[in-house]
Design a protein around this ligand. Sequence first.
Ligand SMILES: [Zn+2]
Ligand SMILES: [Zn+2]
Length: 337
Amino acid sequence: MTSTTPFPAASRRRQTALGRLALVAALAAAGLTFAGLPAPAEAAAPQLKTQAPGWYRLMVGSFEVTSLSDGTVALPVDQLLHAPAGRVAEGLKQNFQKAPLETSVNAWLINTGSRLVLVDAGAGTLFGPTLGKLAAQIRAAGYQPEQVDDILITHMHPDHVGGLAADGQRVFPNATVHADKADADYWLSTAKAEAAPKEAKGFFQGAQASLTPYVQAGRFQPFERDGEIVPGIRAFAAHGHTAGHAAYAVESQGQRLVLVGDLIHVASVQLASPDVTIAFDTDEAQAAKTRARVFAELARDGSLVAVTHFNFPGVGRLRQAGKGWQWVPLDYRSQVN
Ligand SMILES: [Zn+2]
Ligand SMILES: [Zn+2]
C-alpha cells in the first residue's frame, strides 16, 4: 500500500511505523505476543469514581488546624445572587463556570493543644445527599467526634448546623456548642418560626432539630458580645447574613486565621463585585457592609482567611483589587509544620 501512495519518504516512514504499531495492536487483541505466546489476560481497570478524603492540615502558630469538606452542592447561583443585570453571568463566564455552580461546604477542626474545637458542623441530612460527610472526614483525618470539646457556630443555617445531630442525637456528645445569642434568639424561636413564610420554615426546623439536643443536655452556651470563647479563639460579630452571624479569629504565636463563615458565597462574582448579595442574607444591605468592613481589615493585615463556601480547603488570603478583592489560595504543602 505504501508503494502506491504519493507521500514523501518521511511520511512513508511514519506510515510504516504506524503499520508496525497496528500489527502489535492486532496481535495483542488476538491474545498473542510477538513470540507467539498468549499474553496474560488483562481486563481494563474499572474506573473508581471516588474522591480523595476531604481534609487538609495546616499550622497556625502552635495550633493544628484541619480543613474538613462536608461535600459540595450544586447551587443555582444565577437565581440566588442579587446583582445588576449580566453581572453574575459575566463573573461566571470569566471564571469558566456556569450555574448551577458546584459549591464547597467546609468546616474546621482546631486542636489548640488543650482543646479540640470544631467550627461549624456541615449540613448533615438537611441539604441533600452530596453533603453530610463531616463526621466521616473527622475520622478520616484521625480524630473522633467524641473528642470534640467545643463547637463554634458561625450561624444557624442548615449547611452549618445540620451535622450537629443525627436522628435527634448529638453527633458530638462531649461538646459544648457556642453561637451568637442573636442567632439563637432568631432561629430557635417558636414564634419566629410560626410567623416565617412557608419557604423559610425549613430553615427554622433545621436549626431547631440540630441545636435542641444540645440545649436539652445543657450543652449550649450562647454569647452576647465579642470575646474569647476558648483560649486563642475569639468571636466577633459579623451580622447581616443572619441576625447573629459571627466570625472567629484564631491566634497563636503571632499568626492569625480568621474564619468568616458566610460573609461571602460565590468567589467568581462577589470578589470583584462585593455589593452583590445573596437570597440567603437576612439583611442584604448589612451583609454587604459587614463584608466590606471585615475584608478591608483582613486584606490590610494579611491574615489567613477560611471561607465556608470557597473551593475546599477554603483557606487563603484576600488582596484588595480596585473596589473588590482577589483571593490568594494557601500554597499546598505535603508536610504539616
Ligand atoms: Zn448561611
Ligand atoms: Zn452557608
